[in-house]
Design a protein around this ligand. Structure first.
Ligand SMILES: *Cc1c(COP(=O)(O)O)cnc(C)c1O
Length: 464
C-alpha cells in the first residue's frame, strides 16, 4: 500500500481534516495516471494542490478513499482547464444581451472568420495593384451600397468611434450637447466621460426634458469643435418634452461651419416596423438627416461582430482616418471578415431577416415561439423535469427599442427559482434564464432554433 493509500484509508482522515495526504503522495499513488495522461503534470499538480486545500479549508468533505481523491482532483482539473470564455444559452428573453456577448453571428460570418483566421489574407495588401493596401478599405463599398454613405471607417466599437470623432473635431475645443442626451449607455460608458476623454470641453445646452434650436445657436462660438447628437437608445422620455432633430442641427452646423456627429448606437440597417418595432431610425435615415458623421455599433441591431461603424461625408471620414488615434482603435482581420460577411447579407433584406440571428430572433412570430416552447417543455417533461409553457414578454436589449415589448413564450420550471437558476448556471453548457414572480422562465425568443435541443439536454442534465 502506498503512503497516499494508507493516508487515504485512514479513518481519522474522514472526520478530521488533519493529516491530509501530501500532493506528492497523491501524484505518486498511480491513481491520477489517467489525469496525467490527459493533462500536463504541472496542471495536475495544481489541481491536486487545490483539491487538498479545498478539504483543508473545509469547502470540500474529505473523500473516503484514494478514488475519492482522484475524483476531487479531476473536478479541480476540470475547473482549472475550462476556458474562461464559454458559450452559454441565452434564455433571458433579452435578445441583445451585453453581458451575454450581444449578437450571435450569422453562419456566413463565422465561416468568414474561419477562412481568414486559418492563414494569411490580403488585410493590407491590394491584390489588383500588387502593393500595400488599406485594412480600412474592406467594408467600405458594402457600407456605401447598403447605407448610401459617401465613405466609412470601421473601428473597435461605437465608444471608440465617438472618442475618435471628438478627438478629431473638438480636441481642446468645445462640444455642444443637449442635457437630455448626457446619458449612461451601460457599465462604464457615460457620454460626458467619453467627450472629456476625447479631449473636449462639454457645453451642455437645454434641460433634461426640453432642448430648443436656439439653445444650440446661442452656444456656438469660435471655440466650438462639434455638435453631438446622441440617439436616446436605452430609455425613453415622455411628457413635456422637445428636442431638436438632426436635420435642424445639420442645417445649423452647415451654416456655422461646425461638424455634426450623430451617435446612433444601435445600428439598425433595415426597418422593422412591420414587426412592431417602430421609431428607431435606420442608418440610411440618419445619414439622410444630413449630419457629417453617423456612428453605430456592429454587434447590436446590425447583428454582426463588435465594431464601431462611422458613416459620413468623404472629406470628414478622410479626416477621421488620418487621425493617429484611428491606428490605436483599429479593428482586426477577424472583425473585418465577420462584418463584411454580415453586411453582405443585407443585399437581400428579406433573406437577412432569416440569416442574421438577431433579426430572426426579433422577428420570430409568437405562434412559432409557442410551438418551440411546447416542444421543449414536452421533451423536458418526458425526461422528468416538471415545467409548463407560459406567455412571456421579451425585449430587444442592447440599448434599442427600450420601450418595446415583444410577445413571447417561455418554459416555466417548477421549483425554487433560486436553486434552479444556480443549477442551470453551473451546467457544462450554462443556461441563463429570467426569474419572474418567483418562477424561473426560459424564454425562447432569445434562443436560436438550433439551440432548443442543447437547452433541453443541459436543463435535464443539470436538474437530474
Ligand atoms: C450602445 C451604444 C453606444 C456604445 O456602443 P459600443 O459599440 O458598445 O461601444 C454608444 N452610443 C449609443 C447611443 C449606444 O446605444
Amino acid at each position: 500500500m502506498t503512503k497516499a493509500a494508507r493516508e487515504a484509508e485512514d479513518p481519522r482522515l474522514r472526520d478530521a481534516r488533519r493529516d491530509l495526504p501530501s500532493v506528492s503522495s497523491l501524484l505518486d499513488s498511480g491513481e491520477l495516471a489517467a489525469l496525467l495522461a490527459r493533462c500536463p503534470g504541472r496542471t495536475v499538480t495544481s489541481a491536486a494542490r487545490a483539491a487538498v486545500e479545498s478539504v483543508r479549508n473545509g469547502s470540500q468533505q474529505a473523500p473516503a478513499g484514494l478514488d475519492g481523491w482522484r475524483d476531487l482532483v479531476d473536478a479541480e482539473l476540470e475547473s482549472i482547464t475550462r476556458a474562461s470564455l464559454r458559450p452559454v444559452l441565452n434564455a433571458t428573453g433579452v435578445v441583445l444581451h451585453t453581458n451575454l456577448g450581444r449578437a450571435p453571428l450569422p453562419a456566413s460570418a463565422i465561416r468568414a472568420i474561419q477562412d481568414v483566421a486559418r492563414g494569411f489574407s490580403n488585410l493590407e495588401y491590394d491584390l489588383e495593384a500588387g502593393e500595400r493596401g488599406s485594412r480600412y478599405s474592406h467594408c467600405v463599398s458594402l457600407l456605401r451600397e447598403i447605407t448610401g454613405c459617401e465613405d466609412a471607417l470601421v473601428v473597435n466599437n461605437c465608444a471608440a468611434a465617438l472618442i475618435l470623432a471628438v478627438d478629431t473635431f473638438a480636441r481642446d475645443r468645445e462640444v455642444i450637447i443637449s442635457r437630455g442626451e448626457l446619458v449612461e449607455i451601460g457599465g462604464s460608458f457615460r457620454i460626458p466621460d467619453i467627450m472629456r476623454r476625447g479631449g473636449a470641453r462639454l457645453v451642455e445646452v437645454g434641460t433634461t426634458n426640453r432642448t430648443h434650436l436656439g439653445d444650440y445657436q446661442d452656444a456656438i462660438s469660435d471655440q466650438t469643435g462639434a455638435i453631438i447628437k446622441v440617439h436616446r437608445s436605452n430609455f425613453s422620455i415622455s411628457g413635456f418634452t422637445s428636442d431638436v432633430g438632426v436635420d435642424q442641427l445639420a442645417a445649423l452646423g452647415k451654416e456655422r461651419g461646425v461638424p455634426v456627429v450623430h451617435d446612433l448606437g444601435s445600428g439598425l440597417l433595415i426597418p422593422l416596423d412591420e414587426f412592431g418595432l417602430r421609431g428607431e431610425p435606420t442608418a440610411s435615415d440618419a445619414l439622410a438627416s444630413g449630419s457629417d458623421v453617423v456612428t453605430l455599433s456592429g454587434d447590436k441591431l446590425l447583428g454582426g461582430p463588435q465594431a464601431g461603424i462611422m458613416l459620413g461625408k468623404a472629406t470628414v471620414i478622410e479626416k477621421l482616418r488620418a487621425n493617429p488615434l484611428a491606428r490605436a482603435l483599429r479593428v482586426d482581420k477577424l472583425t473585418i471578415a465577420a462584418l463584411g460577411a454580415t453586411l453582405a447579407l443585407y443585399r437581400d433584406p428579406a433573406a437577412a431577416l432569416q440569416s442574421i440571428p438577431v433579426l430572426a430572433m426579433l422577428t420570430a412570430t409568437p405562434p412559432s415561439l409557442e410551438s418551440r416552447a411546447r416542444a421543449i417543455a414536452a421533451a423536458l417533461l418526458a425526461r422528468g423535469v416538471d415545467c409548463s409553457v407560459v406567455p412571456s414578454e421579451s425585449s430587444v436589449g442592447g440599448g434599442a427599442f427600450p420601450a418595446a415589448v415583444l410577445q413571447s413564450f417561455a418554459v416555466a420550471l417548477r421549483g425554487d427559482a433560486g436553486i434552479l437558476e444556480l443549477a442551470l448556471r453551473e451546467a457544462a453548457m450554462p443556461v441563463i434564464g429570467r426569474t419572474k414572480d418567483g418562477q424561473l422562465l426560459l424564454d425562447v425568443r432569445s434562443l436560436q432554433p438550433h439551440e432548443d435541443e442543447p437547452l433541453t439536454t443541459s436543463v435535464t442534465g443539470a436538474l437530474s
